[in-house]
Design a protein around this ligand. Structure first.
Ligand SMILES: [Zn+2]
Length: 493
């Protein structure tokens, strides 16, 4: 998951959600067959998963490619039919997120990001990731973690705080920690074992499990270094553990156990068929959710650009853009709210009702801004607690953009206030030169030609840093492999 500097904020919600979700009763664990000390019925488990599904969908967005969705769904269903809980109704969804992750909700909702798909190089590797997640569902790891989960999720927390809509944004207060950062070594190993078994039963080579953990381990090592340099949380798959799979004796053992489930058919890998499906896959930020470049933010569909303060960190999600200082002592959040341009209510009334401001709130236009705007301060509950907060709205197109600026130290509002106002004042249409940037980047599948090198391909790509290394990682040629003439490789355009 992304940065979570304000975790702990939603613990109260966690308590109420847990109390509501747990009912008495002792079930048999579907995998081990022994009594399970999990006090939740299967019906309640399914209901819980269903209720959080829509929150995952709105938090991440669904990747808009029906053919790719159907492909992932078909592979997932094939594996699930061979699992310990074949009677559950499984759903497999590709999320429109550049993060490298996959996760499962109790009851059978399984998600995989387009970000992780870019790193996989065969259908067997995709099946390995899905099989691992099915393992979390069949062994009921999410249910077991449910009562032990802790609050997390910066965007949800900030949004909840700044807008008072936390009741609908508590997803990561309940499942976030386990779902996105893993269930601990033993549960992860159990999922690898189950995933390998489902691979074997479905006619894939179970060794794909070890292969995929290796690919994602390489990604993790690089991503951790890069994230440290960029002062952000790394975007990594939750199932990867400390040692490299080539040296991980226990992982090798549990995967080897799956051999006894192999079918008579030759194990399938399906490399080229899988790779062809990645052609034109969005890479990095997606145009439909907005592209971030340093302190700039570009949105193609809204024809809109924003500039955040120099040196601040910027995070985008489908429903808000949040930016904060490296020391996390001040943050600004931007949220879009539909408001027809012929609206009869004033922008100030609109802002007051959307942000639930006090009746005394009085705004004024932002100086030197041509678009309709209003700004002022009000006492609001936020991620730092209840305090005076800078609130602004700028009307552009069919929307009003709402800006919330808050500081950890209440006295620091004066110091950061010019940054908060400048962020709101920066909203403008895209310049012609920015329209290409707002299109985002895509994977393309090409056949390597004689003499191709990753250094050369990186130079021809729009990647400005770590290009050569990135191409090696996504093509499973890390650390020093080169393209072999005639083979399919992924490049970035
Ligand atoms: Zn896992």
């Amino acid at each position: 998951m992304r940065n979570r500097p304000f975790h702990g904020f939603l613990t109260l919600l966690l308590l109420t959600a847990s109390a509501a979700g747990i009912s008495a009763g002792c079930a048999t664990n579907p995998v081990s067959g022994t009594p399970d000390l999990v006090f939740m019925t299967e019906a309640r488990e399914i209901q819980l998963g269903d209720s959080y599904d829509s929150k995952v969908r709105s938090q991440y967005g669904i990747y808009p490619d029906p053919a790719l969705q159907a492909y992932v769904q078909a592979i997932g269903q094939k594996l699930a039919a061979q699992s310990h809980r074949p009677h559950l109704k499984y759903h497999f969804t590709v999320l429109d997120s550049p993060e490298v992750n996959a996760f499962a909700l109790p009851g059978g909702h399984i998600y995989i990001t387009r970000g992780i798909l870019a790193y996989l190089n065969s259908e067997a590797e995709l099946a390995a990731v899905l099989g691992h997640e099915i393992g979390h569902v069949t062994a009921r790891h999410g249910v077991r973690q449910h009562s032990a989960a802790t609050a997390t999720g910066v965007v949800g927390a900030i949004l909840g705080a700044a807008t008072g809509i936390q009741a609908t944004q508590d997803l990561f207060s309940v499942f976030g920690n386990a779902m996105l950062s893993g269930y601990g070594r033993e549960h992860e190993l159990e999922s690898d074992r189950l995933g390998a078994e489902y691979l074997a039963r479905t006619g894939y080579d179970p060794q794909a499990m070890i292969k995929v953990v290796g690919v994602l381990k390489n990604q993790e090592e690089f991503e951790k270094k890069r994230a440290a340099a960029e002062k952000r949380q790394p975007r990594i798959y939750h199932g990867v553990f400390a040692s490299h799979p080539s040296a991980d004796q226990r992982l090798q053992e549990v995967v080897a156990q799956a051999d006894k489930f192999k079918t008579l058919a030759a194990p399938g890998i399906q490399r080229e068929d899988y790779l062809k499906r990645l052609d034109k896959l969005a890479y990095g930020d997606s145009a439909s959710q907005g592209i971030q470049r340093g302190r700039m933010f570009y949105h193609r569909d809204l024809n809109m650009a924003l500039t955040f303060p120099e040196g601040w960190h910027v995070e985008n999600s489908p429903y808000a853009v949040v930016s904060w200082t490296p020391q996390k002592e001040a943050l600004v959040m931007v949220k879009k709210s539909a408001r027809p341009s012929n609206s009869l209510t004033s922008l100030e009334s609109f802002l007051k009702s959307q942000a639930k401001l006090s009746a005394q709130f009085q705004g004024q236009p932002i100086p030197d801004v041509k678009l309709a705007s209003v700004t002022g301060t009000d006492r609001m509950a936020g991620p730092f607690g209840t305090r005076e907060t800078r609130v602004s709205a700028v009307h552009y197109g069919q929307n009003a953009y709402l800006f919330f600026g808050a500081t950890k130290d209440p006295a620091a509002l004066t110091r950061f206030d010019p940054d908060f106002i400048a962020t709101a004042a920066s909203l403008r249409p895209l310049k012609p030169a920015e329209k290409t940037l707002a299109e985002g980047q895509h994977l393309r599948l090409v056949r390597a030609r004689p003499g191709d090198s990753f250094a050369g391909l990186a130079k021809a790509s729009p990647l400005t840093e770590y290009g050569e290394l990135t191409l090696r990682l996504i093509n499973d040629k890390f650390p020093d492999g080169e393209p072999v003439a005639g083979e399919f490789i992924k490049i970035i355009k």
